[in-house]
Design a protein around this ligand. Sequence first.
Ligand SMILES: O=C(O)CCC(=O)N[C@@H](CCC(=O)O)C(=O)O
Ligand SMILES: [Zn+2]
Length: 340
Amino acid sequence: MSNFSIEPSFLAQVLAGKTCISLPYCLPNGTHVQVMDEGVIRFEPKDPGDRQLDVVLSCGIHGNETAPVELLDQLISQILDGQLRVRARVLFVFGNVEAMRQGVRCVAQDMNRLFCRLPDVDDGDEARRAAMLEMQLMRFFSRSIQDGKPRLHYDLHTAIHGSLIEKFAIYPLPPHGRDFDPLQVARLACAGVDAVLLQSTTSTTFSFFSSQHCGAAAFTVELGRAMPFGQNTHIDLSKMQSYLEGLISGELPDYDGVPAHIGLYKVSREIIKQSDVFVLRVDAKMDNFTPLPVGTVLAEDGDIQHVVDEDDARMIFPNPYIEIGQRAGLVIVPAKGYSR
Ligand SMILES: O=C(O)CCC(=O)N[C@@H](CCC(=O)O)C(=O)O
Ligand SMILES: [Zn+2]
């Protein structure tokens, strides 16, 4: 990508293979811009004293989840053409570029299962890309760790199936046994998210990486159902767009507690596929958050039977078409006892 150009869009240039690391340059309004790698672009305010926070906005970790990619591309265009004033350091990441080109979730390996691991000489393209993105985030957040600015990461996705709650987030709990921050949940509500899943287990996702290793308040955000590029008009991302525009312009909204309408859930257990005779006994296409009565057989895996024994259980991300050792679904329950 050469210096300051609005057309074609950043996304179009990424898909055409025309972005790679570049020298930093300035927009006419003084905003600093640098392409850090293919599909990775950083903006910094003209006046360092203007900077309120550091935020990573990522999408396309799954290449067929296009609505968030279109949203972030629009924000990048608004910055490049001077409509959106930058008062934060912002790193935009288009995650799995090759999968985006092919319109598939992944090419060989699910990239959101490849974070927080040691690199290996046999790593494929997606594992190497995940390791490179980890380095980009470590580098980006190292400045905010030094000077104490708020660190945020929103990793935007869309889900394979429908969902009774269209927009929800997974919130990896901060390290060292710290509790979740109600203010972060309230900010997600402001962005149009209606339920938050508090995740206390370890994970291999991008948001888990930035929470654990960069000390960022980090979230995987599901924004509706995955559709090809240009077919996302059914998803209303206006609240998310306004919220992100606010962050980029340095506005970090403050709230008292978690809004009453937000559903708070926690992971009761993960259903891991342990053998090639694994069978899901519930409809693999059922909507996320579908209630599951006690006694429902969820899956069978050789001698193992997964049966619901939790009150008020629901399942999200049911998917039997995964490799052995991976997650075939999450059983979640309401998180009780949290003050709002
Ligand atoms: O709809 C599905 O089954 C998957 C949607 C998706 O990509 N979800 C993320 C969630 C990540 C997390 O648990 O934080 C994923 O599976 O990677
Ligand atoms: Zn995804």
